[in-house]
Ligand binder design. Structure first.
Ligand SMILES: [Zn+2]
Length: 134
């Protein structure tokens, strides 16, 4: 039994180390493939200015700062380390919280137009529609 607990603790420790390594790689050397908040700052792909107007980019950055304000990245990291993968409902709620953060700073309309340009995923279309009703 004691061996089983030691193995479980070692595996869990390795899992935590892997998660911290992934965060470190994402913050340091991995190329930015999509817009996200890395826990410290908003990360934008270099192609974004070819896709969005400056006001839309500002809205996207405000949304990402909303993730930072609400500590979504760190909350999700802790959940993953506890083997509690953030589910789709949590992720959706976090997206709406970040949207609301951008809306409160006057970026709602431009965030909606940015979402429509960047994604045709039904969740993003739904978010754009919600933003346009606000
Ligand atoms: Zn987001």
């Amino acid at each position: 039994m004691e061996i089983a607990l030691q193995v479980a603790a070692a595996v869990w420790g390795a899992w935590i180390a892997l998660n911290l390594l992934m965060v470190t790689l994402a913050v340091t050397i991995l190329p930015v493939q999509q817009v996200h908040f890395d826990g410290f700052r908003a990360r934008l792909p270099t192609s974004l200015p070819t896709l969005l107007a400056p006001a839309e980019i500002a809205a996207v950055v405000a949304h990402e700062h909303g993730h930072g304000h609400h500590l979504h990245t760190w909350t999700n990291l802790v959940l993953r380390c506890l083997l509690l993968t953030p589910g789709p409902q949590r992720r959706r709620r976090q997206e709406l919280e970040a949207d609301d953060y951008a809306v409160a700073r006057g970026h709602g309309a431009h965030l909606a137009s940015a979402l429509r340009k960047l994604s045709s995923h039904p969740d993003d279309v739904s978010r754009a529609e919600r933003l346009e009703r606000m």
